[in-house]
Design a protein around this ligand. Structure first.
Ligand code: FAD
Length: 475
């Protein structure tokens, strides 16, 4: 329970100016990028590990649940405050502490924005590979919690493949270290289980990541297709040729229109779908594979294939891809994005299902997704002021989730389970699986005060002042 006295005690740790508790100040911390909402009792802005540790120790003594907050771009309700709980926002712990060019590592605080790290290390001829489409805003702390992916994770792997070590603080304020600068560490891989734990094990206060050298050559193709079905066939054809592009992204007709209405990305307005394919590596390698990619695109029915002429051209194509979700605001004020994964060979079939579901529930659905990973993002666009539409969106999401699992896929490729998908976990895990996961969580957070109410089905909303609209959705 967050009392006036508790808020004073928080202020004594971080400074009164770094605690907010007035309802109007808390409004922007009520939600993340998903459909869930709940007001925290207070938000604290620590500036160092010691302050984080003291805040957690205090909350533990007082029985107050805590959730870490990065930039609030999460799409599964992960950073939404549990009832009666507080948020620790890492906005002020946003320093790049060290870049070790010889060992190709960087050590950073959790509030560093993904793209800021990448831009910073580029001057040393290196990069940080995981690049969520939200990379202009999302934090590395949030990326770790969700094991974030991104267009270039097809070739380089998701966040877990790039995190070497972490300093973390547990629910009682204990500070510990997981992993380290070497690729292999003896004992259990606690670093590995922490990544993707959605803030339920503790909070990361320092992170050491692996950097990669910049590639010698990058080539970006735009495959223009008459419809999404043929574009899906091209995805299987490219991968079937044994090619692993650095990125392989799909943008459907509705998304193309939305993007082109806010920026000229060079996507033809009358295309049924476009595929962005990027190759990277040594010059000879890229040039060799170029012909194969081109023939795979033409052979599967591309209407046209364009290759970016220069870095500015390439940037333009990517700006389109990364602007898409913002551009959906021109279609409707609300969105609900479903993050399912299916085997790549089932993409065309599942996209047909998406369009059926769109008709059945009378919901507009736009699709921009990591096609190479089979990671779908059907994005339902609606206006929650229309009676019944939120419920229809929730039902549509449920039907899509069940379908993805039914064709051999799973519930999330990168956005996590959070609040949004916890009730669907039994679709992919049995009770013994879930029990074992709870035991792992209990080893880190025995009192379950770190981000409670997430991941595991419990039929309970932790949302003060909010109500459950339908399975998997809160408004
Ligand atoms: C337009 C758009 C595009 C997106 N594209 C992608 C994409 O391509 N790939 C992808 O993976 N995701 C994508 N996302 C989702 C989101 O950006 C990611 O999940 C991101 O990792 C969240 O980071 P954040 O800093 O915003 O975290 P938040 O939303 O603030 O928090 C997310 C989770 O991280 C936990 N957390 C935050 N900081 C810490 C910490 N220091 N220690 C422990 N736990 C912590 C929170 O408790 C919460 O559970 C997209 C979102 C949007 C809005």
């Amino acid at each position: 329970m967050v009392t006036a006295k508790f808020i004073q005690q928080l202020g004594a740790i971080v400074g009164a100016e770094d605690v907010i508790s007035h309802p109007e100040d808390l409004l922007v911390y009520e939600y993340d990028g998903s459909v869930d909402r709940s007001m925290p009792g207070a938000v604290v802005f620590p500036t160092c590990t010691e302050e984080v540790s003291r805040v957690l120790a205090l909350a533990h003594r007082e029985g107050v649940p805590v959730v870490g907050r990065g930039s609030g771009t999460g799409l599964s309700g992960g950073a939404i405050a549990p009832e009666g709980g507080i948020q620790i926002a890492f906005t002020k712990m946003n320093h790049i502490l060290e870049v070790d060019t010889e060992n190709r590592t960087a050590t950073i605080e959790p509030g560093v924005v993904n793209l800021d790290l990448d831009n910073y290390v580029r001057k040393f001829g290196m990069r940080y590979a995981p690049d969520p489409s939200s990379q202009k805003a999302c934090s590395l702390g949030g990326n770790i919690a969700e094991n974030a992916g991104g267009p270039h994770c097809l070739a380089y792997g998701t966040t877990t493949n790039h995190v070497l070590g972490m300093e973390v603080v547990l629910e009682d304020g204990t500070v510990m270290n997981l992993g380290g600068p070497t690729r292999e560490t003896p004992g259990y891989d606690l670093r590995g289980v922490f990544v993707g734990s959605e803030g339920t094990f503790g909070v990361a206060t320092k992170i050491m990541v692996r950097l990669l050298p910049l590639p010698e050559m990058v080539k970006t193709f735009l495959g223009i297709f008459p419809d999404i079905d043929t574009a899906c066939t091209a995805v299987s054809a490219i991968i079937g040729h044994g090619i692993v592009p650095a990125a392989l992204e799909m943008i459907d007709a509705l998304s193309i229109k939305a993007v082109q209405s806010v920026t000229d990305a060079g996507y033809p307005a009358d295309a049924g779908a476009v595929l962005l394919v990027e190759l990277e590596g040594l010059k000879e390698e890229v040039e060799d594979v170029t012909k194969e990619v081109e023939s795979a695109l033409w052979d599967t029915g591309a209407r046209d294939v364009r290759i970016a002429e220069d870095p500015a051209d390439r940037e333009k194509l990517w700006v389109g891809r990364k602007t898409a979700f913002g551009a959906f605001g021109t279609i409707a004020p609300n969105y609900y994005l479903v993050d399912g994964v299916v085997p790549r060979t089932r993409l065309a079939q599942v996209m047909r299902k998406v369009s059926e579901v769109s008709e059945k529930y009378r919901i507009t659905i736009a699709n921009v997704f990591h096609a190479g990973d089979g990671n779908l993002h059907p994005c339902m666009l609606f206006d929650e002021r229309e009676p019944g539409v939120s419920e229809r969106a929730a039902q549509a999401a449920q039907e899509l989730m069940e379908y993805c699992v039914g064709v051999g896929g799973t519930l999330s490729g990168e956005h996590g389970i959070g609040l949004e998908k916890k009730e669907y976990m039994p679709l992919v895990f049995n009770e013994a699986d879930l029990d074992q996961m709870r035991k792992v969580r209990d080893a880190f957070a025995p009192s379950n005060r770190m981000n409670p109410g997430k991941i595991f089905p419990d039929g309970v909303s932790y949302h003060a002042g909010s109500h459950r609209a339908a399975p998997g959705m809160y408004i």
